[in-house]
Design a protein around this ligand. Structure first.
Ligand code: PLP
Length: 450
């Protein structure tokens, strides 16, 4: 029964990013099945998954081709490693597919099991790149406040979440943070375009302060996801690229969320028009059907890596054959069914317009924003002054819980309500999701008035 499951879960399972005490009092919702854009709980309730799991189930649930790919690979070769001088067909096929689907400078991939491991890998790779060329001191990485790059010591250090730094004495030395390009909050009187340049130039100031000879790389998500779907002004990324090139700093685009169609382009850097040297990937790489991640390595870095002896890094399951087979099957479906183009040309613009129609004129919702199948809107105190509520997260959490009770999954980041549905969501399903969100926002207003 649900109660028995909840009791066992509470007794033995420590949930990520959760307060076990309050969770146990409430009882976790037991999710048992998924199909398309929906999941079902153990009480038979059907829930619209407006978050694609954790921004990852790009293909939606229940694709039998992926189950079949896993099954066949398990029968054929359930495990072999790719250390030293061995390889296997699933990894070869996946690597070639990634070289085909990523921007032209990317012809090599280093495989991992997660986005966090991918970001740990780029720290080591960027430092090794410079050390191998006689510049071991060129090792600082610059990231941004409110960035999310994972939970490992490296990933959480690159991340700019103070509540994560507070646990485990982070960040590790050699990682520093600059401001996030959040016009709504930080832009003041500047236009978004003017502010985009200003925010990017915080990178230049930091490089000059540290000395370019000491800085290995800059890392950013094209759109900060877990930080609240912060979409930088169009001037931001081209200016970041100019600064990185001028000061000879590697440019790293964390595509763990933005990659594989989320923005209506294959990769977020393509949406904003910049060309990174390294790209951590995960999530949509397998649509979450298997744990797998990687780092796309641009030709400039690959040339040095391949000519500087062993890169002493790798996990037992780097390039796991079952995960690789599932990822390859996933990428072929995304490509062959034209799902990314559909998000760019059809369902993405439709989804964004629907969110605008629903909330742009709401008295307490503002900054209704989005790209492709990423979207957010924010509860604000005073729209005319772009003033947020004093206690960020209070209303957001109430609203998120009302969504959840009404069988719609969205996330609250402070008072921003965030959504990233599976890329296969149809227009009819979009209508259904947003109509439900409108009802839940109404209930939130009622709860606030009460
Ligand atoms: N990078 C970004 C941009 C992410 O959003 C995440 C996870 O949400 C990660 C890295 C970490 O990925 P994982 O949870 O697979 O370790």
């Amino acid at each position: 029964t649900t109660q028995a499951w909840q009791a066992l879960d509470a007794a033995h399972h420590l949930h990520p990013f959760s307060d076990a005490h309050s969770l146990n009092q409430l009882g976790s919702r037991v999710v048992v099945r998924g199909e398309g854009v929906r999941i079902w709980d153990s009480e038979g309730q059907c829930i619209i998954d407006g978050m694609a799991g954790l921004w990852c189930v790009n293909l939606g649930y229940g694709r039998k081709e992926l189950a079949e790919a896993a099954y066949q690979q398990m029968l054929e070769l359930p495990f072999y490693n790719t250390f030293f001088k061995t390889t296997h067909p699933p990894v070869i096929e996946l690597s070639a597919l990634l070289a085909e689907l990523t921007p032209p400078q990317f012809n090599h991939v280093f495989l991992t099991n997660s986005g966090s491991e991918s970001n740990d890998t780029v720290i080591r790779m960027a430092r090794h790149f410079w050390a191998a060329q006689g510049q071991p001191q060129k090792k600082t990485l610059i990231s941004r406040i409110n960035a999310y790059h994972g939970s490992t010591i490296g990933g959480a250090s690159l991340g700019g979440m103070s509540y994560m730094h507070a646990q485990g004495d982070l960040p590790i030395p050699g990682i520093v943070h600059i401001e996030q390009p959040y016009w709504y909050v930080n832009g003041g009187e500047l236009s978004p375009e003017e502010y985009g340049l200003k925010a990017a130039r915080a990178l230049e100031a930091k490089i000059l302060e540290l000395g370019a000879e000491n800085v290995a790389a800059f890392i950013g998500e094209p759109i900060q996801g877990a930080g609240g779907v912060i979409i930088p002004p169009s001037t931001y990324w081209p200016e970041i690229q100019r600064i990185c090139r001028e000061h000879d700093i590697l440019l790293i685009s964390d595509e763990v969320i933005c990659g594989f169609g989320r923005t209506g382009r294959w990769f977020g850097c393509e949406y904003f028009g910049f060309a990174p040297d390294l790209m951590p990937i995960a999530k949509g790489l397998s649509s979450g059907y298997q744990p797998i991640g990687g780092v796309m390595v641009g030709d400039r870095v690959a040339q040095v890596l391949m000519n500087s002896g062993d890169f002493n890094h790798g996990m037992t399951y780097s390039g796991h054959p079952v995960a690789a087979a599932v990822a390859a099957a996933n990428l072929k479906i995304l490509r062959d069914e034209g799902i990314v183009d559909r998000v760019r040309d059809d369902t993405g613009p439709y989804l964004q317009k629907k969110w605008q129609d629903a909330f742009a004129d709401h008295p307490h919702l503002d900054d209704v924003r989005g790209v492709g199948f990423l979207a957010a809107f924010t509860w604000v105190k005073d729209k005319s002054r772009r003033e947020l509520f004093a206690n960020p997260g209070e209303i957001g959490t109430i609203c998120r819980d009302i969504f959840f009770k009404n069988n719609l999954i969205m996330r609250a980041v402070g008072d921003s309500m965030v959504s990233a549905p599976p890329l296969v969501m149809t227009r009819t399903e979009i209508d259904e999701m947003i109509a439900l969100a409108v009802r839940c926002v109404g209930q939130t207003m009622d709860a606030l008035a009460a």
